[in-house]
Design a protein around this ligand. Structure first.
Ligand code: NI
Length: 173
C-alpha cells in the first residue's frame, strides 16, 4: 500500500508485453492498492500497472467516471478485452501520467464496451461513452504497449521527448 513512482516515457518498461492474471490473490490486491494510492496522489482518472513498471494485465479507473458512487473504490479491470467500439468518433486532448504536462489530440471511438475480471476473478462489462470510453481505451492501450506518442507525427514526438528529458534533468537537481 504505497504511492509508487510513475514510469515516464521513453522508459522501455512502458512497452513490455503485459501478462494475463491467473491468480486472484493477495499479490494482485496489493498491486491494486498501489495503483489506487498512486492514481489519487497523481490526480489521474486511471492508471495501468505497466505505468508502475509492473507487467500485470490490469488497469484501474476512477469510480465516478466508471459509473459507480464517488465513495466507491476505483474499479479494477483485470485481463480486459475491448468488445465493442463505435464507428462514430470523438476528438479531444488527452493526457497520461507517463507524459507529465503533455497533451495530445487523440481521435477515439465515441462509445466502447470493455469486458474484464474484477479482483476476485468475476467477469463484468462496462459500456461507456465520451470521457469514459476515452479513458477505458487509453488504459487498455497501455496493456498493449500503445502510448500517446503513437498518435503523433515524428516532429511532435521529438518535441515531447525533449520536454520530458528537460523535466528529468530538473528532477535530478
Ligand atoms: Ni496513460
Amino acid at each position: 500500500m504505497s504511492v509508487r513512482e510513475v514510469v515516464v516515457w521513453p522508459d522501455p518498461r512502458l512497452r513490455q508485453p503485459s501478462v494475463a492474471v491467473t491468480e486472484f490473490g493477495p499479490a494482485l490486491r496489493a498491486l491494486y492498492q498501489d495503483l489506487v494510492d498512486t492514481m489519487y496522489a497523481e490526480r489521474g482518472l486511471g492508471i495501468a500497472a505497466l505505468q508502475l513498471g509492473d507487467p500485470t494485465r490490469m488497469f484501474i479507473v476512477e469510480p465516478e467516471l466508471a459509473g459507480r458512487a464517488k465513495e466507491d473504490p476505483p474499479v479494477a479491470f483485470v485481463n480486459p478485452e475491448v468488445m465493442f467500439e463505435s464507428d462514430d468518433k470523438q476528438k479531444s486532448d488527452e493526457g497520461c501520467l507517463s507524459f507529465p504536462n503533455i497533451y495530445v489530440q487523440v481521435e477515439r471511438p465515441m462509445r466502447t464496451t470493455v469486458k474484464a475480471q474484477d479482483l476476485d476473478g468475476n467477469w463484468f462489462e462496462v459500456s461507456g461513452e465520451g470521457l469514459l470510453a476515452r479513458c477505458l481505451l487509453h488504459e487498455n492501450d497501455h496493456l498493449t504497449g500503445k502510448l500517446l506518442v503513437d498518435f503523433v507525427g515524428p516532429l511532435k514526438r521529438q518535441m515531447i521527448k525533449r520536454k520530458l528529458a528537460k523535466r528529468g534533468e530538473r528532477d535530478d537537481e
